[in-house]
Design a protein around this ligand. Sequence first.
Ligand code: ADP
Ligand code: ZN
Ligand code: ZN
Length: 698
Amino acid sequence: MSIWIDIAVQAPAHSQVGGLLTYRSPVPVLPGQLVRVPFGQREVLGVVWAIRDSAPDGMPASQVRDVLGVLEGLPPLDASWRQLVQFSAQYYQRALGEVALSALPPQLRDLTSEQLARRLKKQTERTVYTTPGPALSPEQITVLDQMAHGPGPFLLFGSTGSGKTEVYLQAVEHMLAADPQAQALLMVPEINLTPQLEERVQARFGTEAVVSMHSGMTPAQRLKAWLAAHAGHARIVLGTRMAIFASMPHLKLIVVDEEHDPSYKQQEGARYSARDLAVYRGRLQNAPVLLASATPSLESWYLSRPATEDDPGGRYQRLLMPSRIGTGLLPKVRRVDMNKQPRRAVLSTQLVAAIQERVERGEQCMLLLNRRGYAPVLHCADCGWKSECKHCSAFRVFHKIDRTLRCHHCGLTERVPRACPECGNADIAPIGRGTEQLEEHLGELLAHVLRPDGTPVRIARIDADSTRLKGALESQLAQVHSGEVDVLVGTQMIAKGHDFRRITLVAAVNPDTALFSSDFRAPERLFALLMQAAGRAGRDAAQSATSEMWVQTFHPTHALFEALKKHDYPAFAASELAERTAADLPPISHQALLRADARTQEAAQALLNAARETLEAQLSADPDTADLVLQVSVYPAVPMSMQRVADVERAQMLLESTNRMALQKMLWHLHGVLHQVRSQPEHKGVIRWLVDVDPQAI
Ligand code: ADP
Ligand code: ZN
Ligand code: ZN
């Protein structure tokens, strides 16, 4: 006897949304089991999705191939895991097999049953213990009590240093005490930036009980961690966005730390939001979900709005921890009006004086500039030549260290020309500033400054360039922690999460560009970044009274900086939400982007516009779908803001609706239309298309 089964396999992108392949198995199998199946000429890993009574309609039995083998010894992936994958594939418009397979550790694909059996044998029960934490603050007690009495999802809005992490740890502790099998998922934006959290969790519950999951791990490490979570041995999974797909049969708690962080959104393949999936998964597995941030995303803030007379409120419960632990105060925010500084000054005289004073007292300072390299562009004043990239609509950045011009988009790197390539003028000059130049400039300005022990000031830089080598970031951070650095210069990389104890001054050198960006989320990002950065200062209570956050700006009275000065996220959020509401932007509405890449901009836009016209014609013609056309706005195709990358022209089309369901239906129809339109000969020049649901940048 043989049975028919539907199996999820990794098929090429877009080939069939929701598509499963039917096979036959000579032996009984269960949904969620992993199997090896023939696929074309190859043998691939598949996940048993459903057992069926007969072959699919119209499929001759002789064409159905046999499953080659079952991966023995591995418990099936449970129904909730499969449901999570199915929902993600559907919601983010990707093939089920693609999402399912990319949610599994890659090494699983290559292992034979024997190899897997050997790995499984090494798995053992892991002990978990609990070291008691500190006595909780009244705010922490209230929040944990609210969590114990409500279903959630919860949004914990707590200042930096208010003890949010301690709340996560205690919530995990309660969960472990209440249920001998329970598992917790702790999600963080970027694990490499917060090694301290890993240490803290391990110190609390034992190294055996905790596994990490992030892309920096080797395939073998990832498999080991995955198997431990899947078997229920790992009680705590600490991971980045990919961890949302970890198989955790006894999941009882999900925490999303820094829930506003854009890195929770995957930027390729299925462009999922791990934060949003956390909320979905929590509901699915009946596990409370705690989102937390000092600067929540406007989405979560809006979803946790309290009820009023004419608004039933959001479906999240908002929890508050406004005070810093101990006597720690938030740093004083100082704005420097750059209009009053000498023209082209990079650092104001006041800021330089303040840095000097701190260094002489033995304190640390941190300067943020969101641009790496020496200068963003080289320029010839004679003929107007600029260091454009020939493959991208971007300038190549001047890196003085190795005298190169580098495109940060396609990677094109060349030696800096001796003279202008257009007119031969030998005097080509950098315009604007990057971190490399700031480091050099600071070195000159502080050359005479001495530390309390009479030794010269030490300046260091941390950005994507300085940390390219493996382990470089860790060692550079360690230097800051151990006090070997007095002034740290860097990109936003250094603003996140680090618990630097001796930093008493943080400065944003040039944050203005984000105020006038075409991306409506830019101010939200900037505010979060500056609040985060401010949170780096004065973490040691003894120094918090004198700690400061400096902002150099040409717009000192801008509402964003006013709110920052008062550390008033709610005020900032209220004014942003008012603007978003007036313009019908997220979180009031929901968006999706359809993107096309082609050799020419015309070809890219033509596909999008053809899809749009066909879609609207088809939907309007059918009374069942005519409503959708009214509910969802579909805008004409436009070039992306980064229009050309590596010689590929990129265009996008925005879909927007206040009704999420309607938008989802529209995308479903659009998918069919795209396959249809794409196969027409006039769209041959299109390289690819993709859909981004709830895009983070438009
Ligand atoms: P957050 O995650 O909100 O930035 P943390 O949980 O890291 O805050 O807490 C900030 C600091 O205060 C940490 O050093 C932590 O160990 C300490 N801390 C947290 N809660 C307490 C408490 N109840 N009693 C004493 N110290 C605490
Ligand atoms: Zn020239
Ligand atoms: Zn380029």
